[in-house]
Design a protein around this ligand. Sequence first.
Ligand code: KIV
Length: 263
Amino acid sequence: MTVWTAAKIRGAKGKERLACLTAYDYQSARLLDEAGVPLILVGDSLAMTVLGYADTLPVTMDEMLHHTRAVARGVKQGLVVADMPFMSYQASVDEAVANAGRFIKDARAGAVKIEGGAFRKPLIETLVHNGIPVLGHIGLMPQSVRATGYKVEGRTPEAAARILEDARALEAAGVFAMVLEGMPSAVAEAVTKAVQVPTIGIGAGPHCDGQILVTHDVLGMFAAFTPKFVKRYAELGRAMSDAFAAYRRDVETGNFPGVEHEY
Ligand code: KIV
C-alpha cells in the first residue's frame, strides 16, 4: 500500500503522473482511495456541487471542516488536501495560520490549498515553516471571480510571464505542488518545465505532471454547466433520476414493497 504524503507527491515529479480528484463525503472518499487516487482535494467547489451556491465564495470554515473530517475518515492512502475557503486566509497571516491549523489538527487533513501567486509568498512560507504543507493554485482563481470573472488566464505574453513568475514564487515559498487552472497548454507546459514541484492541471492541457477534476463533473452529477476541459466517465445524475422515478412509480402502483420485502 502506497501512503501518499506531501513529500511523496513532490517526489513524483518526472516519475509518475498524478490523477487527482475532489471529494466531499466519506463514501466517495473511500471509493477514490480504493481506486488509488494519490491526492484527494476537499475543494471549495463543495459550495456549488453539494451546497447549491452559484460560486465558491459563500462556503464557510465550519462547512469545509465538517466535510474534510468526513473525507479524512474515508481515506487510508491518499493525501487529503483541504481547500482554504474565501476569507479564511486573506485578512491576515495570523488568521490564516490558525485556520490552516484547524484543517490539520481538527479535521485530519494532510495539507491545505491556497489560491494566489507571488503576493502569497510570505503566508505560504509561514505555513510551511509551521509544518503545514501547502498546495498552490494559480491561473484562473475562482475565489477572485468578482474581480476577474471566469476566464482563461495567461493569453498574452505579459500575462503568461506573470504566471511563470507566480509559479517560481510559489516554488520558492515551499509549496509541495501547484494547481494550474484555466490557462493555455503552452503556458502550463512552460511552468511545468520551469519548476521542480509537480504541476496539477485543470483546464491547462496535457503537459502538467498531473490532472485534477471535480468528481461531480467526472460522474455527470453537476447539471448547471460542463466546462470544455471536463471528461465525463459516468452519467450518475441520469442514473439517479431514473432510479428515483422508478421508485416513485413502484410505490404509486403498489409494486413496492413486494412479498420479498415483508417481515
Ligand atoms: O475547489 C476545487 O474543486 C478546486 C479544483 C482545483 C478542482 O479548487
